[in-house]
Ligand binder design. Sequence first.
Ligand code: NDP
Length: 237
Amino acid sequence: MNDRTALVTGANKGIGHHIARLLATEGFTVYVGSRDAGRGTAAAAEIGAGARPLLLDVTDADGVARAAARVDRLDVLVNNAGIAVTLDPPAEATLADFRRTYETNVFGVVAVTNAFLPALRRSDRPRIVNVSSGTASLTWSTGPNPQFTPGNGYGAAYRSAKSALNALTVFYAQTLGAPFKVNALAPGARATDLNPRARAVGGDPEEGARGAVRLALLPDDGPTGGFFSWDGTPVPW
Ligand code: NDP
């Protein structure tokens, strides 16, 4: 199985690092995406066999093109890199907050996905996993669960960027068609640098990562264009 390849963006720490490690355990050659060469090399060394560092800042168009040129065939792309710069509601967030957030969480995903599409098209079983968030669900945002109602949790820039990512997930799934499977993941609240508050609820990052691996390993009759929680249950849009 060592001829199967995966790329995880933002894999030098957090959920992405767990995803990369778990995919390496599954026998993939894993490109450990990192915007910092030193930290990417260290993260790949920590994973060990099968892991290769790949310098990749998803907001750097030239860097994305250089990274894509190094990968001939890709079976799995996990768009995991993400930032949350403010908890503010829309009326208080600045346009700069929105631009910065969208640059990474939306435009970065489009840049990476499109750059790596030629390599993904060389796979007979291409899988794209977009790491979204339960806070992107408009159904949950307007529902009774206080964990997801606006004002509690991440701010408008982050949440709306992840909602846009969900829309793109559907559009990529529809337009790429078979044999692609393109799905979005809500990894759950995980204790990472992005969400230190999740320590209060346990929030094991590896548990969230396993949800990404499940979507990366989907069989040919598996779903596409869906939004799933880390435990595999569908999340309403
Ligand atoms: P972390 O902050 O621990 O990790 C984020 C990763 O993304 C880091 O490796 C970071 O690199 C990288 N990154 C940020 N910007 C860029 C960029 N421009 N180019 C390349 N890499 C970049 O956060 P998490 O592990 O928690 O987050 C991973 C994903 O999970 C994100 O998409 C997040 O939105 C999502 N998520 C997380 C939840 C949680 O509770 N933790 C809940 C729901 C979704 P660097 O180290 O250089 O900053």
